[in-house]
Ligand binder design. Structure first.
Ligand SMILES: O=C(O)CCC(=O)C(=O)O
Length: 294
């Protein structure tokens, strides 16, 4: 292993997640923060999601209530395509080495995004696992959540259920609607067992694709930006289309291309690709279901 020690390796496979500090250099972190600050400034000029990604959906997604005075940039899709700093963090940082230590030696990139929770914003993420969004022939997939800002207990930290990557894969379809969230009963259980991942800026939370996780709204006065990269073992082949298609999908970031496929027996419902700029809109559908039922 290049970066992680045995204890960290064991911790990841036991708990399904691992937080590592200093996952990118100080200079790179500063460049990423500055880039995001510039994107927030630019968002003041817009009243609707804007910019183009590979499949024509907006690159920059705005929260309901966004205005030039109170900008609510909540998502940047595929930032690696428009920022050298974000590309370097994805492809050639200590974070990339950590991922290779866990699911390598051969690792490829799948997709990336920035989830931003600005102070006082309403965005929360409901409980889910990532695998049903991005099913592959095997589950050696890691979602790496790089903390571009310090993550504290009140600025919308990630919450996880330790060990849940070894359990069931929970459906994200309810009453014929893909909500991107687990059923309420499962969510209640998750909340009871939740552990919060707070850490200094520059830390990464490496999360197994089957780990149950979510996050609350930012009730603090500080922003919370996560740069989220999904990687897989090189021999894991996608079984559904990429939720955020990118010109870099399949880029081998560590090791080599083997042209092999490794598979696992499992059965799940296929996901529904978002038609808008982010899955926040898909998750909002479960609120609608609740209000329609109520
Ligand atoms: O932004 C967050 O707090 C969580 C992100 C997440 O759950 C995901 O990208 O799967």
């Amino acid at each position: 292993m290049k970066v992680l020690n045995e204890k960290q390796y064991e911790q990841f496979w036991t708990d399904g997640y691992l937080v590592v500090e200093n996952a990118v250099s100080g200079d790179l972190l500063q460049a990423m923060q500055a880039e995001f600050g510039a994107w927030v400034e630019a968002s003041r000029e817009h009243s609707e999601p804007y910019g183009d990604t590979l499949d024509g959906r907006p690159r920059f997604d705005l929260e309901p209530g966004h205005s030039s005075v109170k900008p609510g940039l909540r998502r940047v899709n595929a930032p690696v395509e428009v920022s050298q700093a974000y590309f370097d963090a994805m492809a050639s940082s200590r974070m990339t080495d950590c991922v290779a230590d866990l699911i390598g030696p051969n690792v490829k990139f799948h997709h990336s995004k920035i989830n931003s929770k600005l102070p006082g914003g309403e965005t929360a993420v409901k409980w889910h696992q990532d695998f049903p969004f991005t099913p592959h022939s095997n589950d050696d997939l890691i979602t790496a959540l790089l903390m571009v800002d310090e993550v504290t207990l009140d600025n919308g930290p990630l919450e996880v259920v330790p060990g849940s990557h070894k359990g069931d894969i929970y459906g994200l379809w309810h009453d014929g609607v893909f909500t991107g969230a687990v059923a309420d009963k499962v969510a209640d259980d998750c909340q009871r067992k939740a552990v919060t991942c707070a850490a200094p800026a520059g830390s990464v939370c490496l999360m197994h694709t089957r780990l149950l996780h979510g996050s609350a709204a930012n009730v603090s006065t500080r922003s919370r930006n996560l740069f989220i990269c999904v990687y897989s073992a090189e021999d894991a082949v996608p079984c559904s289309s990429n939720p955020m298609p990118t010109s870099y999908e399949g880029l081998v970031v560590r090791g080599e291309k083997t042209n092999r496929i490794r598979s696992l027996a499992y059965s799940i419902e296929l996901p529904q690709k978002p038609t808008t700029a982010s899955f926040f809109d898909q998750q909002a559908k479960s609120d609608k279901l609740v209000s329609e039922v109520a």
